[in-house]
Ligand binder design. Structure first.
Ligand code: NFS
Ligand code: SF4
Length: 667
């Protein structure tokens, strides 16, 4: 009882801006003008956001260096990052053990998020195939056959239902298999797979890998950082080539494989005279059904009856990026704009499912009288209403959200201010479309891409992905990095919040080719493509892996992914999912650079291993830089190193010379 009283007396969490707190000018917090405008409004309205909290909360320096362990109650133990080998934990754990275990647990959590998302998609697929769920159906039978064939399932003279049943059975192994190799290991280039086998890091099943990683990082188990790294690589690979890849492939089969579509991004997609509904999260099924609900003539009529012109549906974060790519649904902004969008006062309802949903959305929504609905049993938020989304009756949830949103429109009393900014761009470049686009209608192929890389018009390919983070100026690092890369003839592939940052900066249009170097520009103009290709959500990073495999298979650029002149970056990352993604790229052979901060202590064996040792073992490597120009330089240096190892560095010099020659001739 005494305890209870103590709790009651505690101050309620702050939802209103505390005037005494440090204030940073919004123009220094973001380059997104819409977000900046809303941060100013939030200040006027006395509403606090993550930017205010970040200014007020210094990151814990020991945690930032991953120099602490709280895996048992003899601790928590704090080591000294300035002198990392001067101390060990009470059990004797060294800095390398502690860091490897912490890093491993980030991979386990991030991988679990993608993998559980993928499993939800697979659950849905199973019920659709069995005929128990009728609200969804297999939309893309060509993709179904392609995926089935890619893992050795017979498709000739068989019905869609038969193939789908077999595909389900096979893909379930991605999760539950206890021995053997996950099905999509069959898509990995042979030499890359050989390296994995030699090291014993081919994933068996994701559940097993995550469980073993949690076990091994428990107090008193694996205390050899290299051995822990093996298991964290294996777990990350069960995400990239497992859970994430299943999420992407099954979503394509159920909802359609993206092809390029023009669509608008930014807060100007909200409409003052319409009922505005935002879906924010990661699983496409909620969004797909919401799309059906908002287009129901009865719903539209109901909206008109309360004086609205209609219902306006927009996405945010990753399911938003997926719907943007698949159907051209407008996208209101990335992770660091989710509070700001509520500040418009124009959001009648925001429906969320899982991942990257700030708890603070609930108090901010409350300030503006907007509804915040949670819909997934995995994610409830205090202060939000829960309307559960069930797959066999999905409209029950989405219709209710729409009805409530209409009611809120009718009673809107918040002051509405919508930033008048919309950026058009082309989204939806699946790896299948890239192949078709480059290779032509009759014989899609990656060879033209390889050819352009070999002849040097394209210097290399970079994946720029990941979050935004209030510890750095929103979008700025993404945009500057990508501009620098394309200027240097590096073709950029994008997903997630990074794709939205570049879309807002106007780089996802074919016209942006003028910003590219002369070689890349020539290719973009010939094909009619932007220099920056948006592939979708974060689980769609698996599309980049498949594209990389296809490039290896097309020939002329080495035998493994590690041979390719490619690099990856997550310049403003924040989530554990990003660490899992980074690690599966590294383990797949890709040089991967992160910004903001890196959860490691300098001058330790574990850091040296991630940043160099793994490359010596024929995998990729990690790197770190905060500054976008330095980041670009490092990525390009790696690409050039690979070009010279492949013996194609001379070809590029020739191309550059011929371009110069041409210019001289023109003069
Ligand atoms: Ni990716 Fe998507 Fe964005 Fe980061 Fe979050 S929305 S899965 S984790 S913040 S890119
Ligand atoms: Fe400390 Fe070891 Fe316990 Fe970690 S596992 S808290 S290092 S005693």
């Amino acid at each position: 009882m005494a305890e209870d009283k103590k709790v009651e007396k505690k101050k309620a969490p702050v939802t209103k801006l505390d005037k005494a707190k440090k204030e940073v000018d919004p123009k220094d917090l973001t380059i997104c003008s819409a977000t900046e405008q809303m941060l100013r409004k939030a200040r006027r309205d006395g509403v606090e956001t993550a930017y205010d909290r970040a200014a007020d909360m210094k990151a814990c320096p020991i945690g930032a260096d991953s120099a602490c362990c709280k895996h048992c109650s003899m601790g928590p133990c704090r080591l000294n990052a300035k002198d990392p080998y001067s101390k060990v934990g009470i059990c004797g754990a060294t800095i390398d053990t502690i860091q490897a275990r912490n890093f491993g647990r980030m991979v386990a959590a991030g991988g679990a998020a993608h993998t559980d998302h993928g499993m939800s998609m697979l659950d849905l697929f199973r019920e659709v195939v069995k005929g128990d769920i009728k609200e969804y159906k297999i939309k893309d039978t060509v993709k179904l056959e392609q995926v089935a064939q890619s893992i050795g399932i017979e498709t000739e003279d068989r019905s869609v239902g038969e193939i789908a049943k077999d595909l389900y059975q096979e893909l379930e192994r991605t999760y539950t298999q206890v021995e053997g190799e996950i099905p999509f290991a069959k898509r990995v280039p042979e030499k890359t797979l050989e390296t994995w086998r030699k090291q014993g890091i081919v994933p068996r099943g994701a559940m097993r890998e995550i469980m073993e990683l949690m076990h091994r990082s428990h107090m008193g188990v694996d205390q050899d950082y290299k051995n822990i790294t093996k298991q964290l690589s294996r777990t990350a690979l069960s995400d990239g080539w497992g859970g994430s890849m299943v999420a992407t492939e099954i979503s394509d089969i159920l909802f359609g494989t993206p092809t390029p579509v023009q669509a608008d991004v930014n807060m100007g997609c909200l409409k003052e005279d319409m009922v505005n509904i935002i879906v924010h999260g990661h699983e496409p099924n909620l969004f797909e059904t919401m799309l059906v609900s908002v287009n129901d003539p009865a719903m539209v009529e109901a909206a008109k009856e309360v004086g609205a012109k209609g219902i306006n549906l927009c996405g945010m974060c990753c399911s938003g990026a997926e719907m943007l790519s698949r159907h051209g649904i407008p996208h209101a902004g990335n992770f660091m704009s989710t509070e700001a969008v509520l500040v418009t006062g124009a959001v009648d309802a925001m429906a969320v499912d899982v991942q990257c949903i700030k708890q603070a959305l609930a108090p901010v929504a409350k300030c503006y009288g907007s509804y915040l609905f949670t819909t997934n049993p995995r994610c409830r938020i205090e202060g939000a209403q829960h309307i559960e989304f069930v797959e066999d009756e999905p409209r029950k949830c989405t219709d209710e959200v729409v009805v409530k949103a209409i009611a809120r429109y009718k009673n809107r009393n918040a002051q509405v201010e919508i930033p008048n900014i919309r950026n058009a761009g082309i989204h939806g470049f699946s790896h299948e479309y890239i192949e078709y686009m480059l290779g032509g209608t009759f014989r899609g192929s990656y060879w033209p891409l390889n050819d352009n890389i070999i002849n040097g018009r394209i210097r290399g390919v970079a994946g720029v992905v990941g979050c935004t983070n209030p510890r750095v100026k929103q979008d700025w690092v993404h945009v500057e990095l990508v501009k620098e890369l394309i200027k240097n003839d590096v073709l950029v592939l994008q997903t997630g919040c990074s794709q939205i940052a570049l879309a807002k900066a106007g780089l996802l249009t074919p016209d942006a080719a003028y910003m590219a170097g002369s070689g890349l520009q020539e290719v973009c103009e010939t094909v009619g493509m932007p220099p920056v290709l948006g592939l979708g959500s974060c689980v769609d990073n698996s599309r980049i892996l498949i594209a990389a495999s296809a490039v290896v298979k097309a020939g002329g650029l080495g035998e493994s992914i590690a041979d390719l002149p490619v690099a990856g970056a997550a310049p403003e990352w924040m989530s554990e999912k990003a660490i899992s993604i980074g690690q599966y790229f590294v383990a797949s052979g890709v040089y991967t650079i992160f910004g903001v901060t890196f959860p490691l202590t300098e001058q330790t064996k574990f850091k040296e291993y991630l940043f160099q040792g793994l490359e010596d073992e024929n995998l990729g490597k990690w790197d770190f830089a905060v500054d976008p120009y330095e980041m670009a330089q490092k990525m390009i240096a790696h690409i050039d190193k690979k070009r010279s190892q492949l013996g194609i560095d001379k070809a590029r010099e020739r191309v550059l010379m011929s371009m110069d020659d041409r210019r001289t001739m023109e003069e």
